[in-house]
Each structure stands twice: as C-alpha cells, then as structure tokens.
Ligand binder design. Structure first.
Ligand SMILES: O=C(O)[C@H](O)COP(=O)(O)O
Length: 228
C-alpha cells in the first residue's frame, strides 16, 4: 500500500509575527526548529521510513525537512526541490500584518482573501519590496503576482502527478515538506474534498499527516501521526 507523509513547515518568523508570507522566504523560529525536530523524532519512534523526499524552494520547508530527517538519521535521503510546492503567493498582502489588514479592510474581506477557493488577493506591484521576480531561484519561471487556492492547485497537482505519483506507484515511500496552502491543494486532491469544504481545513505547523493510499492513490486513511 503506497505510503505518503505530508508535513507543513514548523513555525516561521512571520507565522509568529502574524504577517502574510506567501513566497517571501522567512526562516523558522526556535519553536519552528523544535517542531521540525520533534516531527522527525515522532516519525522515527513510530517506525516510519522513507525512500524519497520532496520540498519547495523556500527555506522554512527545506529546513523543516532537513531537521526532521536529521532526527531520523536520514539526512542522506534524496530530495527534489520544486517551486510548484511553494506556498500560495499572497500578492500585494505579502508582508502586511494580518490583524491590521483586517482592521483596515474588515474581517470578511480578509477571510475572502485568505480562505476563498478562487478569489486571489490583490496583485503585488512590480518592484515592491517583496517582488521575487529577479530572484535567481525563479530564473526559469514567471513568478505569479498573486494566487488563489485554485491557482495553487493548478501548479501543485500537475507536479504531484508528474513527479510524485509515479514514485508512489513504484513503491517508494515519500515524505513531502511544504506549506499550509500547497498542502491544502494536495489534501483536497487525495481526500477528494469539495471546493467549498477545503478552505475550512487548517493544517498545523510541524505535525506529520500520514496517508495510506490505494493503488489508484486515493486515500484509504489520513491521520495526524501524533494522534495515533
Ligand atoms: O503565507 C502565509 O501567510 C501562511 O503561511 C499561510 O497563511 P494563511 O493561513 O493565511 O493561508
């Protein structure tokens, strides 16, 4: 039975500061580092092991993966990094304080920007302090100006189908370290969750989610490892 584990990065500096982050490359806090190590210890203690790992091009997810693998004695495992596992791009909200933005635009509007399925936040202005279009890691792609969850799914899913699903089908045990919304995209697909329900799913930082999949890669079971 194919085995897939998903983990959202540990607490980041801007999770702590309550700022919209998206593609901006913030580091883990000390708590985030500890969450990642604890996730690795838990996976080892529960007897989980992997053959292949995948992550985004963002420091917080890469570090979470490495800290968890280190705790498992598995830093040597192969890792593929791809921008398509990045967090949803937060557009012009990037860097803003979530509470201040709600005070200015209202809770309802901020809820739409954060949790609607297909309404993207306002686009980022070219040349903004948080514009990553000239970042070397994105030299080969068009960096989005903003993304809804639907837009995020439109790049996460093809990547999953092209690069990850064939490995699962070949019997490889896979660990993916990514972000709240890129993981929502995957959970929506694997667990067949409707558009209007997926936005209610909150994924906590640093808690491994275990998927037991059937041969068509549909979820037989999905659970948080710390709850078993
Ligand atoms: O990008 C961010 O700010 C967070 O990682 C996820 O934000 P959200 O909870 O608003 O989707």
């Amino acid at each position: 039975m194919p085995q897939l584990v998903l983990i959202r990065h540990g607490q980041s500096a801007w999770n702590l500061e309550n700022r919209f982050t998206g593609w901006w490359d913030v580091d883990l806090t000390m708590q985030g580092v500890e969450e990642a190590r604890e996730a690795g210890r838990l996976m080892k203690e529960k007897g989980l092991d992997f053959d292949l790992t995948f992550t985004s091009l963002q420091t917080r997810a890469i570090k979470t993966l490495n800290l968890a693998l280190e705790a498992m004695g598995r830093l040597w495992l192969p890792t593929e990094k791809d921008w398509r596992l990045n967090e949803r791009h937060y557009g012009g909200l990037t860097g803003l304080d979530k509470a201040e933005t709600a005070a200015r635009h209202g809770d309802e509007q901020v809820k739409v920007w954060r949790r609607s399925f297909d309404v993207p936040p306002p686009p980022m202005d070219a040349g903004s302090d948080f514009d990553l279009s000239k970042d070397r890691r994105y030299a080969d792609i068009q960096v989005p100006a903003t993304e809804s969850l639907k837009d995020t799914i439109a790049r996460v899913l093809p990547y999953f189908n092209e690069r990850i699903a064939p490995e699962l089908n070949a019997g490889q045990r896979v660990l993916i370290s990514a972000h709240g919304n890129s993981l929502r995209a995957l959970v929506k697909h694997l667990s067949n969750i409707p558009d209007d329900e997926i936005t209610g799913l909150e994924i906590p930082t640093g808690k491994p989610i275990v998927y037991e999949l059937d041969d068509q890669l549909n979820a037989v079971e999905r659970y948080y490892l710390h709850e078993r």
